[in-house]
Design a protein around this ligand. Structure first.
Ligand SMILES: CC(C)(COP(=O)(O)OP(=O)(O)OC[C@H]1O[C@@H](n2cnc3c(N)ncnc32)[C@H](O)[C@@H]1OP(=O)(O)O)[C@@H](O)C(=O)NCCC(=O)NCCS
Length: 173
């Protein structure tokens, strides 16, 4: 495969769902686990499109549930790659909720998902395209992605705290 740079918009993925009775908890709000499943699907489609390969979810960080989402609301989940490393990619997922009429749109959630691309023949991690940011928001997410990566690798025991250079710099300044 030709590993050329790709843009965020090459793989941007948007998913819409209407909240039905089966999606809710006893209070009539969307169950958090159902929302996380949809976020994982949207982010996975985005990552697979970027990688042009099968991907697996390696980590999920910073999921917050800021607003209750009600039966009959419509949610729009937008997934965008922030940065690609060697075989792994970070995907920013944002959820907007609105009435069925489109009225009162507001942000309800966001999270960062990490995916690893796998080679189809041996199911081992495989190299992915780099990201070429095109505007300030994309550059900001791209630059901050290395800090988030260090933090999640330290927390998962894959990186020694003393090797986390960017995080160390934040705390020493
Ligand atoms: C994710 C997985 C493929 C990593 O495999 P591995 O043999 O540990 O691979 P490596 O150590 O070579 O790491 C490969 C990449 O994964 C990244 N990675 C591994 N664990 C990670 C974690 N917890 N968080 C973020 N990235 C992680 C590494 O940083 C590396 O990224 P890079 O290539 O961009 O530098 C493996 O752990 C796996 O298959 N996990 C299960 C995935 C799954 O089934 N998900 C669905 C769960 S319901």
């Amino acid at each position: 495969m030709n590993i050329k740079d790709k843009t965020v918009s090459d793989s941007k993925t948007i998913m819409t769902e209407m909240i039905m009775p089966n999606d809710t908890n006893p209070l009539g709000n969307l169950m958090g686990g159902n929302l996380m499943r949809w976020m994982d699907i949207a982010a996975g489609v985005c990552a697979a499109k970027h990688a042009e390969a099968h991907v697996v979810t390696a980590a999920v960080d910073h999921v917050s549930f800021d607003l209750p989402i009600k039966l009959g609301n419509v949610i729009t989940i937008t997934a965008q790659i922030t940065r690609a490393f060697n075989s792994s990619m970070e995907v920013y997922v944002e959820v907007q909720v609105a009435e069925i009429t489109g009225a009162n749109p507001r942000k309800s959630n966001h999270a960062y998902f990490s995916f690893v691309a796998l080679n189809e023949s041996n199911l081992k991690p495989t190299k992915v395209h780099k990201i070429s940011p095109q505007n300030k928001i994309e550059w900001d997410r791209y630059n901050a992605a290395t800090r988030r990566r260090e933090l999640r690798l330290v927390l998962s025991g894959r990186l020694k705290p003393e090797e986390a250079k960017e995080i160390k710099e934040i705390f020493s300044n």
